[in-house]
Design a protein around this ligand. Structure first.
Ligand SMILES: [Zn+2]
Length: 301
C-alpha cells in the first residue's frame, strides 16, 4: 500500500487539495517522520533513484525562552493518542469537539510544511515539495523539480515513436497541467491524442478488413473501436474512455479537464509503450536475421 500523502505530493498539480482525515492521518505522520521513501526520477542523476527525507522537527517552549526539540511526528501522534483517550485533551484543540490533526501547539510547524527529499546516491540532489495546511485540508503550493521536469525524461524514451512536434506539445500539456491549468493543458493533450490515433490508422491500413472510407466518416470514439488490435485493449474495449474522448472541448469545465488529464496522458503513454515494444522487436528480429545471413555466408566459403 502506498502512502496517500506521498502520492499527493508526487502526482497532484499545483494548488490541488487533499483532506486530512482520521483514516489517513497515520500516512501523514509517517511522511513527516521521514519514514517514506520515494522512487522518483532524479533529474541530476538522469535515472530513477530512491529519495529520503529527515524527520521534521518541532520546538516546544517549556518555560520562557527555553525550547526543546521534538520530532513533529511524535507530537502529532500524541495529539491523536490524547484525542482517542481523553475528550478534553490537553494540547488545546482548535476546532471545538471535532476531530483535529494538529492544535495551536503545532500550528506554527504545520501551517507551511516543506518536505525536502534527497537522492540517496547524491544527497546534494534535491526534490522539494511545499504545502500549506488550513484546518483539516492540505494544499500543494510548490514543487521543484516540477512535475513536468520529472515526466519529460519518460518522453525522451519515445523519441523514435512520435514526432518532435508531438513531443513538444506533450511537454507543453504536462507543463500547463503542472501549473494547475486545466482546459489549456487538456486541449494540447487531445491534439496529440488525435494525431496518435491517426498514426495507428496508418498501421491498420495494411489490414484488408480495414475500411478507410468508413474510418474517415467516423467519429473519434468509433475510430478507436475500428482500430482494435492496433491500440491497447484498455482503450478499444473500455466504453468509459469513449465518454471522455467524445466530449467536445467546449463542453468541458476546468475541473473536468484536471480530472481527465492523467487518464488521457496514461492512455497516450500506453500506446507509446506498445509501439516502442513492437519497434524494438522488429529491430532485434532484423539484427538477428542479418547476423544469420553473415554466418551463412561464411559457412558457404
Ligand atoms: Zn540523484
Amino acid at each position: 500500500m502506498g502512502n496517500v500523502f506521498a502520492d499527493f505530493l508526487q502526482n497532484s498539480g499545483l494548488y490541488d487539495e487533499i483532506a486530512i482525515t482520521q483514516e489517513n492521518i497515520q500516512d501523514l505522520i509517517s511522511l513527516i517522520a521521514g519514514d517514506v521513501r520515494l522512487d522518483v526520477y532524479c533529474k541530476e542523476c538522469g535515472a530513477n533513484r530512491i529519495f529520503t527525507m529527515a524527520p521534521l522537527p518541532c520546538f516546544l517552549g517549556a518555560e520562557e525562552n527555553t525550547y526543546t526539540a521534538e520530532k513533529l511526528s511524535n507530537v502529532l501522534q500524541q495529539i491523536q493518542n490524547n484525542q482517542a483517550t481523553d475528550k478534553a485533551f490537553s494540547l488545546v484543540p482548535r476546532y471545538g469537539t471535532e476531530w483535529v490533526w494538529n492544535t495551536l501547539v503545532t500550528d506554527y510547524y504545520t501551517g507551511v510544511i516543506s518536505f525536502q527529499f534527497v537522492c540517496t546516491l547524491h544527497p546534494e540532489h534535491h526534490l522539494d515539495y511545499i504545502v500549506t495546511t488550513r484546518s483539516n485540508k492540505m494544499r500543494k503550493i510548490g514543487q521543484y523539480p516540477s512535475v513536468a521536469d520529472l515526466t519529460f525524461p519518460e518522453l525522451d524514451v519515445y523519441k523514435k515513436d512520435i514526432s518532435s512536434e508531438d513531443r513538444k506539445e506533450l511537454r507543453r500539456a504536462i507543463g500547463l497541467y503542472a501549473q494547475g491549468i486545466g482546459v489549456g493543458s487538456y486541449v494540447y493533450l487531445r491534439r496529440v491524442f488525435e494525431r496518435i490515433i491517426d498514426k495507428a490508422k496508418d498501421y491498420a491500413i495494411g489490414d484488408q478488413k480495414f475500411n478507410l472510407d468508413n474510418y474517415q466518416k467516423a467519429k473519434m470514439d468509433q475510430r478507436i473501436h475500428m482500430l482494435r488490435g492496433y491500440l491497447p485493449a484498455i482503450l478499444t474495449e473500455n466504453k468509459g474512455i469513449y465518454g471522455i474522448i467524445s466530449k467536445g472541448i467546449h463542453e468541458l469545465a476546468e475541473e473536468d479537464c484536471i480530472e481527465y488529464f492523467p487518464i488521457m496522458q496514461e492512455a497516450i503513454f500506453m500506446i507509446l509503450r506498445q509501439w516502442k515494444q513492437k519497434r524494438e522487436e522488429l529491430e532485434s528480429t532484423k539484427a538477428i536475421a542479418s547476423k544469420i545471413a553473415k554466418i551463412a555466408e561464411k559457412v558457404k566459403e
